[in-house]
Design a protein around this ligand. Structure first.
Ligand code: FAD
Ligand code: SF4
Length: 498
C-alpha cells in the first residue's frame, strides 16, 4: 500500500464558531469516507507501534486503520470492539493527544522544507495520525449502516450487580454479559450513562450516541434499573444477601463537587459545574417548559481550567450569555483541559483571565429580601461580581506544575480587583460521594474518599465487591474508567468461577 506522506492530519469539519455558539448541535461533524481513507493512509503500519501501548485499552490501532485504508469499515469496527465497547464515545472525548497519538511515529517525523537558499531544512515535526477521528468515523459508520443484532448468549446462572451506569459500569456490564452473567445495573439518576449523559454537553457528545450504546447492552440482556440510589433504596449487603447477587461492581464515579471556601459562595447564581451541567444536559433546562429551569445569565465567570470548566464556559454561551470569563490560577501552559477544547472555547469567544484566584463572591445586599417591605429588592442575595487576586508562578508542586503564588497589594496595588458578573460556576474538581462507604460495612476509602482496591483485581476491602473508575481514582477519564470496568469484569469472572 502506498502511504500518504502529508505531514498534517485531515482537519475535522466543524460548525463555524459564530454559528455553533448559539446552538447545542455537535461541533465536530466527522470525517467523510474519502477523508477517513486518506487519513488512514498516513499510518505507516509500524512493526512496533507506539500508539498501541499509549492506548489504555490497547486497541489494535494499526490493524483497524489498515482496514479503513482498504475501505473495509465494518471490519475496522470489529477490531476496535475487541478492546473497547464505547468507540463512538471514546473517538469523541478521549484525550488522544496525550495517549495513542502522543506516541505516533508520524508525530516524531521531521518535516523538511526548502529555505530561501534552496537548502532542505527541518521545519518541525509532523502531526500524529488522527487516530481518534478515525475511531469516531468507524463507530459512526457502523451505527449508520449496520442493523443492530440481538446476540445469542448462553447464561451461566451467576448474578452480578453493577452500581452506577457511567463508562466503568457500562464496560464491566458489557464484558460480564458477553461471558453469560445475569447482569443488573442500578443507577441513581433517571437516565443511564453517568457523566456521558449528565456532564459532557450535547455539542461534544450527542446523547443519542450514548443511548445507542446503552441499547446495545440491553440487547445483550443487561437489566438497567434507574432511580435506584444504592445506599438509600437498598444497601450493597441487601443486594448480596437478600437479592442473591454473588458479586458487585461499584462504578459510582466522583460526583461530589468541591467548592472554593470563600465568602459569598452561597449567593444566588453560584453553581457547581456539576449542578449547572446536569440542569442543562440531563434536565434540558434550556428547553421551554423544562421542570428544572436555569437562570439565563448574561455575564458568567467560570472558575477552573479542566475539561469540566471548558464545558461550563461553552454552555452558557449557548444559553445566551453575552460574556463568559474563565478564571484560572495558573497560566495557559498549565491548563489541564484538552488543547482542542481550549481552542474551541477561545474561538467561541470565551475570555481567559489567567493567573487569577477568586477571593470573594459579591452579592447584592441593597434593600430588603422581604416582598412585604417597601424596600423589596428581588435581586437581594444575587451575585454581582467576583473579586480575584493576581497570581505569579512559583516552584513546582506535587503535581509537577508550577505553584501559583498570590501577588500582594504592596507589589501591585491593582492585584485584587472585581469582575462584574451575574453567575459564577465553580469547576475546581470533584470527589467520590461518601454514600457507599457510609452504608457498606467493610468497605474502605483513602483520605480523599476514593475506594481502596487491589490493583491486580480491583476488588475492594469487602469480599465480592469490586470497584473502578472515578470512584477509585478520583476524577479521571472515560477510557481509564472503561479500562477499570473491564479489568474488574475479568476479576469478577475469575472470582465467581472459583
Ligand atoms: P460516572 O461517569 O461518574 O458515572 C457514575 C454513575 O454512578 C452516575 O450515573 C451516578 O449517578 C451513579 N451513582 C452514583 N452513586 C450512586 C449510587 N449510590 N447508586 C447508584 N448509582 C450511583 N473524560 C474524558 O475522557 N474526556 C472528556 O472530554 C471528559 N469531559 C468531561 C466533562 C465533564 C463535565 C465531566 C464531569 C467529566 C468529564 N470527563 C471526561 C471525565 C469522565 O467523564 C469521567 O472520568 C468518567 O465518566 C468516569 O466514569 P465512571 O463510570 O467512573 O463514573
Ligand atoms: Fe500508525 Fe502512528 Fe500507530 Fe505507527 S504509531 S502504527 S504510524 S498510528
Amino acid at each position: 500500500m502506498a502511504f500518504n506522506m502529508r505531514a498534517t492530519k485531515n482537519p475535522m469539519p466543524t460548525q463555524a464558531p459564530e454559528v455553533r455558539r448559539h446552538n447545542f448541535d455537535e461541533v465536530a461533524r466527522g470525517y467523510t469516507e474519502e477523508m477517513a481513507i486518506d487519513e488512514a493512509k498516513r499510518c505507516m503500519q509500524c512493526k512496533n507501534p507506539g500508539c498501541v501501548p499509549g492506548c489504555p485499552v490497547h486497541i489494535n490501532i494499526p490493524a483497524f486503520i489498515a482496514k479503513i485504508a482498504q475501505g473495509e469499515f465494518e471490519e475496522a469496527y470489529q477490531i476496535i470492539t475487541q478492546s473497547s465497547s464505547l468507540p463512538a464515545v471514546c473517538g469523541r472525548v478521549c484525550p488522544q493527544e496525550s495517549q495513542c497519538e502522543k506516541n505516533c511515529l508520524r508525530a516524531k517525523m521531521p518535516v523538511r522544507e526548502k529555505d530561501a537558499d534552496g537548502k532542505m531544512v527541518v521545519k518541525g515535526l509532523g502531526e500524529a495520525v488522527g487516530i481518534g477521528r478515525l475511531e469516531r468515523f468507524v463507530a459512526d459508520y457502523h451505527r449508520e449502516h449496520v442493523k443492530p443484532v440481538t446476540p445469542e448468549i448462553e447464561k451461566n446462572g451467576h448474578k452480578v450487580a453493577i452500581i452506577g451506569s457511567g463508562p466503568s459500569g457500562l464496560a464491566c456490564a458489557y464484558d460480564l454479559a458477553k461471558a453469560g452473567y445475569d447482569v443488573t445495573m442500578f443507577e441513581a439518576l433517571h437516565v443511564a450513562g453517568g457523566v456521558l449523559m449528565y456532564g459532557i454537553p450535547e455539542f461534544r457528545l450527542p446523547k443519542a450516541i450514548v443511548q445507542n450504546e446503552i441499547e446495545g447492552l440491553k440487547r445483550m440482556g443487561v437489566t438497567i434499573l434507574t432511580d435506584m440510589v444504592i445506599g438509600r433504596v437498598l444497601s450493597i449487603d441487601e443486594l448480596m444477601k437478600e437479592y442473591h447477587f454473588e458479586a458487585c461492581f461499584v462504578g459510582t464515579g466522583a460526583g461530589l463537587p468541591r467548592f472554593l471556601g470563600i465568602p459569598g459562595e452561597n449567593a444566588k447564581g453560584v453553581y457547581s459545574a456539576n449542578e449547572f451541567l446536569t440542569r442543562v444536559n440531563l434536565m434540558k433546562a434550556y428547553q421551554e417548559g423544562s421542570h428544572t429551569p436555569i437562570e439565563h445569565a448574561k455575564n458568567v465567570v467560570v472558575v477552573g481550567g479542566g475539561n469540566v470548566a471548558m464545558d461550563a464556559c461553552r454552555t452558557p454561551l449557548r444559553l445566551g450569555a453575552k460574556k463568559v470569563t474563565c478564571v484560572y490560577r495558573r497560566s495557559k501552559a498549565e491548563l489541564p483541559a484538552r488543547k482542542e477544547e481550549v481552542e474551541h472555547a477561545e474561538e467561541e469567544g470565551v475570555v481567559f483571565d489567567l493567573l487569577r484566584n477568586p477571593v470573594e463572591i459579591l452579592e447584592d445586599r441593597t434593600g430588603s429580601p422581604s416582598p412585604r417591605s417597601p424596600e423589596f429588592n428581588p435581586n437581594y442575595g444575587c451575585v454581582t461580581g467576583i473579586r480575584v487576586q493576581k497570581q505569579k508562578l512559583g516552584e513546582p508542586d506535587a503535581s509537577g506544575r508550577r505553584r501559583p503564588v498570590p501577588v500582594s497589594l504592596e507589589e501591585d496595588p491593582q492585584a485584587i480587583y472585581t469582575i462584574p458578573c451575574d453567575c459564577v460556576i465553580i469547576a475546581i474538581g470533584t470527589s467520590p460521594n461518601p454514600l457507599i462507604k457510609a452504608t457498606t460495612p467493610g468497605i474502605e476509602t483513602n483520605p480523599h474518599g476514593c475506594l481502596i482496591v487491589n490493583e491486580e483485581t480491583n476488588e475492594t476491602t469487602k469480599d465480592g465487591v469490586f470497584a473502578g473508575g472515578d470512584a477509585v481514582t478520583g476524577a479521571a477519564t472515560v477510557i481509564l474508567a472503561m479500562g477499570a470496568g473491564r479489568k474488574a469484569a475479568k476479576a469478577i469472572d475469575e472470582y465467581l468461577q472459583k
